[in-house]
Design a protein around this ligand. Structure first.
Ligand code: NAP
Length: 496
């Protein structure tokens, strides 16, 4: 790998502390960072390099997957970390960075590459892009890349505008739009499960699959991110990106190769096949919720409207459930139910594929009580496993049945420790120049397009019942009704 200079814009921020620097540390331990590399944290804060390093060491101790190795590797790793105070609106900063890049190349050779990770508020992205271009910091498409954090745009129009602007300044292959869910082992494993096994693909269609569910539930509130959440909400924050990407992995056609564009084309096909919702139908397909005050783990918990930096009259949703249809041959009339929310009953992200019920004519009437359709449940996080539910005969003289789970688990503690964190996988891909797991411009826009009608209707019609769920519940009653109307109920993981 070529010598690499990595600028982390927002180097003093939450993401850099909790995810980026710990991920780079783990990549270093595993030998995945290039020979010579330098990480430059950037922020407006005036801090000394030694202070910054000390802060990063603390973050690694607290958040890195193998924090116990901090002492062993820190002194070597930290030699590659530095900090620079810059205002990213100011030209002067980019002049200094251009000088830094020139010096890096002089020291390490012309093959060196430069990466800018924009871990800053999305409003800064356009000005940063213009300045990077103006100062020729990304003029070589083979040796310079930019990583854009989510949210990429605020709606379809703003995402298009940003894409057009970036398209004028850079090549698409330099632009890495990150969706960290795609870096998760369990999400990537969906491709292996579907396309490396002869078992599933022949029945992976509307003839055999009844419906699909995706749950991305969090137990935490919005915590200290009130100002961000007020301009976002559950639909923008989770559905537009992570949830729809998981849906694409389940619904996409088999790729003919694992080339970046081949995978991305197949996913784009799914997004483009999502049934368009007419405004008058949105209430039948989508449900929103907001948590009120209540109790969480025996302690009083504030409602969303009482959180810091939140408008006491806010109508922003902290829960969203949507029924999608993928209008193509494979998925004709198969509903995809998705839900996501804050302060819910359990922290779990899972995908449930429910197969059509088998005919039960031959079995005695008692069997009907325990008759369950087959289900494939893919635990994405924090539980990482795959469960196949099937019917088995209960031991004894009569033909009574019971559902049993066959489980593949990444469970042993040791194995879990070996799993790279999503940000490790993704940062390694950026360094190696592999965009497969990143969103292309057209994918991002197609995802915004899919939820645009919901955003518009919700934006125009204030909710009449907010707050409508309590912390520790599974969200508003309407979300239960959304799926119950079709004769199903939301799946959760079995409690251990
Ligand atoms: P944050 O904690 O608010 O950090 C923002 C960073 O931006 C700080 O380091 C701040 O540095 C820097 N900054 C702001 N204005 C600047 C300027 N004019 N010049 C230079 N630096 C400036 O934000 P965050 O939570 O790390 O999030 C960063 C990005 O990642 C956002 O786009 C967010 O949506 C996305 N993201 C975050 C998470 C997460 O878990 N945190 C998850 C997914 C996506 P100073 O304070 O030193 O100026």
């Amino acid at each position: 790998m070529a010598p690499t200079l990595i600028y982390i814009f927002g180097g003093t921020g939450d993401l850099a502390h909790r995810k980026l620097i710990p991920a780079l540390f783990n990549l270093y331990i595993d030998g995945y960072l290039p020979g010579p590399f330098t990480i430059v944290g950037v922020g407006r804060s005036k801090i000394e390099e030694s202070t910054y390093r000390a802060q990063m060491r603390k973050s690694i101790k607290e958040f890195a997957r193998r924090s116990e190795l901090t002492t062993k590797y820190w002194s070597k790793f930290s030699k590659n970390i530095t900090f620079q105070t810059h205002d990213l609106n100011s030209d002067k900063s980019y002049k200094e960075m251009a000088a830094g890049w020139k010096a890096f190349q002089e020291e390490h050779g012309k093959e060196s590459q430069i990466i800018f990770y924009l871990s800053v508020a999305p409003q800064l992205a356009p000005v940063i892009a213009k300045r990077l271009h103006g100062h020729r910091l990304c003029h070589d498409p083979k040796r310079s890349r930019m990583v854009f954090e989510k949210p990429f745009g605020h709606d379809l129009a703003s995402a298009q505008e940003l894409n057009v602007m970036l398209g004028k300044l850079f090549r698409e292959e330099q632009i890495y739009r990150i969706d960290h869910f795609l870096g998760k082992e369990t999400v990537q494993n969906i491709l292996a499960l579907r396309f490396a096994n002869a078992l599933f693909e022949p029945i992976w269609n509307a003839n055999y699959i009844d419906h699909v569910q995706i749950t991305a539930a969090e137990t935490v509130s919005i915590e200290s991110r009130g100002s961000y959440y007020e301009s976002s909400g559950a639909l923008r924050d989770m559905v537009q990106n992570h949830v729809l990407q998981m849906l694409c992995m389940v619904a996409m056609e088999a790729p003919i190769s694992f080339e970046a564009d081949e995978i991305r084309n197949k996913k784009l096909d799914v997004l483009q096949a999502l049934r368009h919702m007419r405004p008058e139908d949105v209430h039948r397909y989508a449900v929103r919720g907001q948590y009120g005050p209540g109790w969480s783990k025996g302690k009083k918990a504030a409602g969303y409207r009482q959180e810091k930096a939140v408008d006491p009259q806010s109508n922003v949703e902290t829960f969203a459930a949507v029924k999608f249809y993928v209008d193509n041959w494979r998925w004709k009339d198969v509903p995809f139910y998705v839900r996501t929310g804050k302060t819910l009953a359990a922290k779990e992200t899972l995908i449930t594929v429910q197969f059509r019920p088998a005919p039960d004519y031959a079995f005695p009437d008692e069997a009907a009580h325990t008759w369950r359709p087959n289900r494939l449940v893919i635990g994405i996080a924090p539980k990482m496993d795959i469960r196949l539910r099937f019917q088995a005969k209960q031991p004894g003289p009569s033909m009574t049945l019971r559902p049993v789970d066959m489980v593949f688990s990444y469970a042993s503690r040791d194995e879990e420790d070996c799993q790279p964190e999503a940000y490790e996988t993704l940062l390694q891909d950026v360094i190696e120049g592999n965009p497969t797991l990143f969103m292309r411009a057209d994918q991002v826009e197609a995802a915004w397009k899919a939820i645009q009608p919901i955003m518009e209707v919700w934006g125009h019609k204030p909710p009449v019942d907010f707050p409508n769920y309590t912390p520790g519940s599974w969200g508003p009653e309407d979300a239960e009704a959304l799926i119950a109307r079709d004769g199903f109920n939301w799946a959760t993981l079995p409690e251990v």
